[in-house]
Design a protein around this ligand. Structure first.
Ligand code: ADP
Length: 375
């Protein structure tokens, strides 16, 4: 009998779902319900009903419901069985992730009510980075303030960074603990990590998923002085600033477009703003690659994953061009071939192997759920 896990990822106005066969790794069905809060899908309960209708037969043999939760704060990191105490804890963490944890909680609440007979398991985006070395995890700010308010670098997309780094080792037939890896998760959200022997030693996202790389709509790194200046001088409220940094920055803020396929069309048509957005995106990405090469003392593997990383050959080429002196040489032909499977794109002579590894956060969450209920 297949052991199927329903994986739910509740966003601010969308509910992504998948039914995954944990043993075979096959996805039986997946999709997204969007515009929650609009007239057709009033709330999360209504969205879940839509999911149930779509899944129908695929709801058989469910052994657990896995919930992606973005922020686990300082104390929660392992996949955890949801009970009232955990719900209360995630609620307490909402100030640390005001845009992400409240919708996840709503998703958990309605799913627990709808499927009370199944174990519900929360899997945290921060988990993989829980043991980041202090040198990477700490901000150099007043220690008392940081401790009082749990201000540290938590890291996100952990499920993906962990999954693709394991896949990379498997693909290369190399023990995970022998590899120094740089993982570039480039989707709408984007983050980089430096991994030694399967454990992360640095990552680009911090207290919130806003730090680091330039993203679809988020700024990534910014001088903290900008926030103070805009608040004090430009008359922007905290909400205005948060909204701008999350929704109207990044590639959209600079180039007016979030989708890289369209961005490339605009660049080809000579759109100067689209060109600048792309250049800023690539420049930041190269800076992080350079930083992590220094942190690791050289990389054995560089992995590209997520929507942009898996599909955009130009981004991969431009992120790594001119790095032969650092031991990184792409095979331009392998890089340019569209191909949805795990593959090498570096030249055979390249000391650093460059891979494209499709991520599968739903599968990783499903496996974490099965592991937990088997304990
Ligand atoms: P999310 O962070 O929402 O999970 P994804 O990892 O699905 O994001 O990435 C979505 C992004 O991937 C899109 O916004 C788009 O920019 C990019 N993308 C998807 N397909 C392609 C493609 N064929 N070429 C270039 N970029 C693509």
């Amino acid at each position: 009998m297949n052991r199927n896990v329903l994986v739910l990822n509740s966003g601010s106005s969308s509910l992504k779902y998948a039914v995954v066969e944990a043993d075979s790794g096959n996805t039986r069905s997946d999709g997204i319900v969007e515009r929650i809060g609009d007239s057709e899908v009033a709330d999360y309960a209504a969205a879940l009903q839509v999911v149930f209708e779509r899944l129908a037969d695929d709801m058989a043999n469910l052994v657990a419901v896995g919930h992606r939760v973005v922020h686990g704060g300082p104390d929660i990191f392992a996949p955890t069985l949801v009970d009232d105490a955990l719900v209360a804890k995630i609620e307490q963490l909402s100030p640390l992730a005001p845009l992400h944890n409240p919708p996840a909680l709503q998703g958990i609440e309605v799913a627990r009510r709808a499927l009370p007979q199944l174990p519900h398991i929360a899997v945290f985006d921060t988990a993989f980075f829980h043991d980041l070395p202090p040198a990477a995890a700490m901000y150099a700010i007043d220690r008392d303030v940081a401790e009082r308010w749990d201000v540290r670098r938590y890291g996100f997309h952990g499920t993906s960074h962990e999954y693709v780094s394991q896949q990379a080792a498997e693909f290369l037939g190399a023990p995970l603990d022998s590899l120094r890896q740089i993982v570039l998760h480039l989707g709408n959200g984007a983050s980089a990590s430096a991994i030694v022997g399967g454990r992360p030693v640095d990552t680009s996202m911090g207290l919130t998923p806003m730090e680091g790389l330039v993203m679809g709509t988020r700024s990534g790194d910014i001088d903290p002085g900008v926030l103070v200046y805009l608040w004090r001088t430009a008359g922007m409220s905290v909400e205005d600033i948060e909204n701008m940094l999350n929704r109207n920055s990044g590639v959209r803020g600079l180039g007016g477009e979030i989708d890289f396929r369209v961005l490339h069309q605009r660049i080809d048509a000579g759109d100067a703003k689209a060109c600048q957005a792309y250049d800023v995106y690539i420049h930041r990405l190269r800076k992080y690659i350079g930083a992590y090469l220094a942190v690791l003392g050289g990389a054995d593997v560089i992995v590209f994953t997520a929507g942009v990383g898996e599909n955009d050959a130009a981004v991969r080429r431009d992120a790594l061009s001119g790095m032969a002196p650092l031991g990184i040489e792409l095979d331009e032909q392998l890089n340019a071939e569209p191909n949805g499977t795990i593959r090498r794109i570096s030249a055979e002579t390249s000391p650093t192997t460059v891979l494209v590894v499709p991520t599968d956060e739903e599968l990783a969450i499903a496996r974490a759920c099965v592991d937990l209920i088997e304990q």
